[in-house]
Design a binder for this molecule. Structure first.
Ligand code: ADP
Ligand code: MG
Length: 323
């Protein structure tokens, strides 16, 4: 493992057993997440983003089967027993989801929750933990902390709940913070505030942040590197500036080309491209994007594309890598 690698994803595949067949949600993903970076994971709905990040937290549902390796600081998460997984989630990896209710226990007050998340810190007493909770609330823009600490999640607005979820995540001092579409359910103003909050608190995560979003403008604002997913595969990775200025995969180019303003924060939705992704219960032998790709030929339709190095830490999985 190289010195800077925090999470190494090695030939990872995730399949779900369903009544209509096996869904190949993540297909042979290779990705290294380095200490200190913020990586954006983008792709249309159903492309496998949530499955991929859930596997990083060992939080996949029971009908999921995983192949490959996911090494977090050298430990293989896939092979870890449940006790080790729980340990990992409270101490090392933290997540913020689209619906913050997922992280907030409805019958526990905000104050008790923000104390409870610090349970791995045996050195500090409840008083100290409450003090830290109050301090963190101010940091995430919650005023009137004294009153808020006594409230229950249902008493807060969606934006306020998301701030609490972020505070809870940051209080665990995660090495890896995963944010899965944390602002999708919020209005544009609240979204902007939450993004600003994540940006300003970037240094509180002494590791890496994986930011999952539909919103390419947010990736431009928040991330160092981007990984583009399509039909369960990572089709392109690279530094944000390079990928947005000169996408090398036709899918990435299509995403960027169909909305010139997308780098600006004003664009909240991933642009739509004609056609639909393949059925993941029977993925095609060739490139999954071929039916929608203007450059596709017979090779693309019949042979799986190679992963081509397009620069330093940059790849495109394509037969027709763009110049
Ligand atoms: N628990 C599940 N059981 C069966 N299929 C699932 C489950 N979760 C997700 N899927 C399927 O896996 C694919 C990828 O989904 P997901 O990881 O949620 O993608 P994204 O987050 O990019 O929208 C989709 O086809 C979805 O329907
Ligand atoms: Mg998702």
């Amino acid at each position: 493992m190289s010195a800077a690698a925090l999470l190494e994803i090695d030939h990872l595949s995730i399949r779900y057993a369903t009544p209509r067949g096996t869904v190949q949600a993540v297909r042979d993903v290779n990705l290294t997440i380095r200490r200190g970076e913020v990586i954006g994971l983008v792709g249309e709905s159903g492309s496998g983003k949530s499955s991929l990040v859930s596997s990083m937290m060992a939080l996949l549902p029971d009908n999921a089967a995983v192949d490959g390796r996911l090494r977090f600081e050298g430990t293989d998460i896939v092979a870890l027993p449940e006790t080790g997984r729980r340990q990992l989630r409270g101490n090392g990896i933290a997540a913020i989801f689209q619906d913050p209710f997922t992280a907030l226990n409805p019958v526990v007050t905000i104050g008790d929750l923000l104390v409870a998340v610090q349970h791995h810190d045996h050195g500090a007493g409840t008083r100290e933990k409450r003090r830290r909770a109050t301090e963190m609330m101010a940091r995430v823009g919650i005023s009137d902390a004294g009153r808020r600490l006594r409230q229950y999640p249902f008493e807060l607005s969606g934006g306020m709940r998301q701030r609490v979820a972020i505070a809870a995540a940051l209080l665990t001092h995660p090495t890896l913070l995963i944010a899965d579409e944390p602002t999708t359910a919020l209005d544009a103003t609240t979204e902007a505030q939450i993004i600003d909050l994540l940006r300003r608190n970037r240094s509180a995560v002494d590791g890496a942040i994986v930011f999952v979003t539909h919103h390419l403008g947010l990736v431009a604002q928040l991330c160092d590197r981007v990984a583009v997913m399509y039909a369960g595969e990572i089709v392109e990775t690279g530094p944000v500036g390079a990928v947005f200025a000169n996408p090398r995969h036709p899918y990435t180019r299509a995403l960027i080309a169909c909305e010139p303003a997308l780098i600006r924060a004003a664009t909240r939705r991933l642009p739509t491209i004609g056609g639909a992704p393949p059925d993941l219960t029977a993925p095609p032998a060739g490139c999954g994007f071929a039916p929608r790709c203007p450059l596709a030929d017979e090779t693309c339709r019949s042979l799986a594309p190679p992963v081509v190095a397009t620069g330093e830490n940059a790849t495109a999985r394509c037969h027709k890598v763009l110049p």
